[in-house]
Design a protein around this ligand. Structure first.
Ligand SMILES: Cc1cc2nc3c(=O)[nH]c(=O)nc-3n(C[C@H](O)[C@H](O)[C@H](O)COP(=O)(O)O)c2cc1C
Length: 207
């Protein structure tokens, strides 16, 4: 069955980017698996979303029928990004590790789409994710390796993305990770080769 695929790319490295390559390879395999799928790409390097301002946050917490023209304008980009996320069956997120976490352009996108009343809700029993029934593929790249100490506890990359996606109700998350890319002359080549094997394994088990 064809799927609506949303791609979020965040590396500024263009054609040399490992995370963009992994994201593109993931999309190619998804298209082969689900012929006729549509692919929509949001390139956060070419078109970054602005940081949230006081006006944006005020607009988030104003009922839609009470929005002033200024507040409505402030929320427009967030509404578009959130609509895109909610319309997708599958989301492919390409993200290099930056300072042990994600690039700030990707964090800004997250700040625009984690929206009370749209992608999560609070009830007396706590928070509930509203973006259920979606599958996410994380196409991640890192200079070092994070399986063992001393770096293990500094891994706020995959862990953070899984955490925030779970908060909005997305728990079917598959990670493909090219790590150790900066380690030695063959680091990038070895990292990509290992990640491509992970991708093949993930594709056989992913729905
Ligand atoms: C600003 C910046 C910060 C980085 N921070 C880290 C880091 O904390 N840990 C790490 O392992 N690699 C770090 N790296 C290396 C990148 O994660 C690595 O080169 C990755 O392969 C880049 O992916 P890309 O080609 O998709 O941009 C950093 C690179 C840059 C440019």
């Amino acid at each position: 069955m064809p799927k609506n695929i949303l791609v979020i790319d965040s590396s500024p490295n263009g054609a040399n980017s490992l995370s963009r390559k992994l994201a593109a390879d993931t999309v190619a395999q998804l298209q082969a698996k689900y012929p006729g799928s549509t692919v929509r790409t949001r390139d956060l390097d070419k078109n970054p979303l602005p940081h949230l301002t006081g006006t944006t946050v005020a607009a988030f917490f104003t009922p839609p029928d009470s929005l002033t023209p200024e507040l409505a304008a402030a929320i427009k980009l967030s509404d578009a990004a959130t609509d895109e996320l909610l319309a997708a069956d599958i989301i492919v997120i390409g993200a290099p590790m930056w300072n042990f976490s994600i690039p700030s352009v990707l964090k800004a996108w997250i700040d625009h789409v984690v929206r009370r009343g749209r992608t999560f809700a609070y009830s007396a029993t706590g928070a509930e994710g509203l973006a259920k029934g979606k599958t996410v593929f994380l196409a991640l790249s890192r200079g070092a390796k994070y399986a063992e100490a001393p770096y293990k506890q500094m891994e706020f990359h995959e862990t953070y993305l899984r955490g925030v996606l779970g908060f909005i109700g997305i728990t079917d998350v598959h990670a493909i990770i090219a790590e150790g890319a900066s380690m030695g002359p063959d680091g990038a080549k070895n990292a990509i080769a290992a990640a491509e094997q992970q991708l093949a394994a993930v594709m056989t088990k992913a729905a």
